[in-house]
Design a protein around this ligand. Structure first.
Ligand code: GLU
Length: 282
């Protein structure tokens, strides 16, 4: 009797140790070791990490209304996983939060102007790309001496913490720019409008959305100088989830929904609408 009891305790402890070793994600609603395909299928709900402040791409309009191209991509993927738009929980992910919130299971996946790169791939996995942008510069309409990254040296430049934009400017393009970092691009744009910084740098498609909100006061300067391939971020071990998301992106493109969404959300800013990319992350 006593021996069986010990065996049972031993088995229970082994199960706990095994769960810990498998890296079961944390407490978040999206947590669990199952693929997001099974989670969405079982619960008919999904939690998606998006930006709340990027016009044309991903904007929180009211508590329940979100709009933009990234939002449409997120809704399309959710739909392919069997989840209705009303059953999506939208969670804000700032640039600096993305890997963490995917890893700890707070979100099922992230659709947030999220460039695919090798550093990020060490902690998360990507499906896609579903869009290709390029880093550029936003200035006040009255500024004429900033025409490209090389003219940023000595200038006060705003970008977002842990974005590729901030890293690339610091490492490659304008080592002597005075970099000011906020958590959101809308905070950088406010600083630009208030004359507290000289320029804002991030992806051209993000900047075009802000310029379109204030066409008299802001403009995008010069040409894009990097290539930013946007992926959907998800749990590193979820190969099934990645395959399902890739299939959803391909269907959104082939059905014409991708182009419709771009034309509706991004087109009005005057941004040159690109052709859809091919999936590379398999
Ligand atoms: N695409 C870049 C990145 O993933 C910049 C835009 C952003 O912060 O989302 O870091």
């Amino acid at each position: 009797m006593r021996f069986t009891g010990l065996l049972r305790i031993g088995a229970a402890l082994a199960a706990v140790a095994l769960a810990a070793a498998c890296g079961t994600p944390g407490q978040g609603s999206a947590g669990g070791s199952k693929s997001l395909v099974a989670r969405a299928g079982d619960t008919k709900k999904v939690t998606i990490g998006v930006r709340f402040d990027q016009p044309g791409l991903s904007l929180k309009v009211t508590e329940t209304k979100f709009e933009g191209f990234d939002i449409d991509v997120a809704k399309y993927i959710a739909g392919q996983l069997g989840v209705q738009p009303s059953d999506i929980t939208w969670k804000e992910v700032r640039a600096a939060d993305r890997e963490k919130l995917i890893k700890d299971g707070s979100v099922d996946f992230v659709v947030a102007t999220y460039s695919i790169n090798d550093t990020r791939k060490q902690s998360v996995s990507f499906a896609g790309p579903y869009f290709v942008a390029g880093q550029a510069i936003l200035v006040r309409s009255t500024t004429n001496n900033i025409t490209g990254p090389e003219s940023l040296n000595g200038k006060k430049l705003c970008s977002v913490k842990d974005s590729t934009s901030a890293q690339q400017v610091r490492q490659k393009f304008a080592k002597d720019a005075q970099l000011v970092e906020y958590f959101r691009y809308s905070e950088c744009v406010n600083a630009l409008l208030l004359n507290n910084v000289d320029a804002v740098t991030t992806d051209d498609v993000i900047l075009a959305g802000f310029a379109a909100q204030n066409p008299e006061l802001l403009k995008v300067a010069g040409k894009p100088f990097t290539q930013e391939r946007y992926g959907i971020g998800l749990n590193k071990d979820d190969a099934e989830g990645r395959t399902a998301i890739n299939a959803a992106i391909e269907k959104m493109i082939s059905s014409g929904e991708w182009k419709k969404s771009i034309d509706r959300n991004v087109g009005p800013s005057g941004y040159q609408v690109p052709t859809p990319p091919s999936i590379t992350e398999r």
